[in-house]
Write a protein that binds this ligand. Structure first.
Ligand SMILES: [Zn+2]
Length: 229
């Protein structure tokens, strides 16, 4: 199950007092394309929610959506929380990183093993594989400098060896005044659907990089610190 971000709901319809999604932009659990699902209005309803389906425009496989009509918690109290049935959701990151060009193969292998042993609750093996993942990340960036150094020291100097500013700075030329994208944002020229989709990807990545990831690291750090105090 994967929660549908309300920002990914393209349109709603009324269902009693609620607004429920009519079309949703989401990654297809079958083919992994990001596409628009038009939800079938033929709902199966229960006390807590509705179940419906939609077929993927790309692979034609049917995806299942669960709309929670009970305990609606958003501010206006009218938008129902919606989920897509996606058995691969928890393994999502590993699927994403495998397609990236610059990630070391031994890191992917170690991370995959860590996920597997954690899922089968092999705690000592999870500890071993997690250490290997951390070492592999550090070695990738620090190269020779990682040799013989404690992990804490390596993490301390890691930011000197990774250009954390580059992904942000590389965007600046895209938004240059009078550039194609800037003119589209100013509505001087029209933007097609493909470009708007890329733009949405860009917004998501920016927010993740600047807010979500630092926030997640801090929350996890605090939980671990609290556990050992
Ligand atoms: Zn599909």
């Amino acid at each position: 199950m994967r929660r549908i971000n309300p920002g990914s709901v393209n349109s709603y319809i009324r269902y009693g007092n609620l607004k429920i999604p009519k079309s949703i932009q989401s990654e297809c659990p079958g083919c992994r394309s990001t596409t628009e699902f038009m939800l079938n209005a033929n709902y199966q309803s229960s006390k807590n929610g509705l179940v419906t389906e939609s077929s993927c425009p790309v692979c034609k496989k049917s995806a299942v959506f669960i709309i929670m009509t009970k305990d609606v918690l958003d501010e206006q109290g009218e938008h129902a929380d919606t989920y897509i049935y996606d058995t691969q959701a928890s393994r999502h990151l590993i699927n994403q990183i495998e397609s990236l060009p610059n990630i070391p193969k031994d890191l992917i292998r170690a991370y995959r093993s860590a996920i597997n042993v954690h899922q089968s609750r092999e705690n000592p093996a999870t500890a071993v594989m997690s250490k290997r993942v951390i070492e592999s990340i550090l070695k990738h960036f620090l190269k020779e400098k990682s040799k013989g150094q404690p992990l804490s020291q390596q993490l301390e100097i890691l930011p000197n060896h990774v250009d954390l500013a580059r992904p942000i700075q590389s965007l600046s030329h895209l938004l240059v005044t009078d550039g194609s994208l800037h003119r589209m944002l100013e509505l001087e020229t029209e933007m097609d659907y493909e470009t708007t989709s890329l733009l949405m990807d860009l917004l998501e990545s920016l927010i993740e990089y600047l807010f979500v990831l630092p926030g997640k690291i801090e929350v996890t750090h605090n939980k671990i610190a609290k556990k050992f105090q």
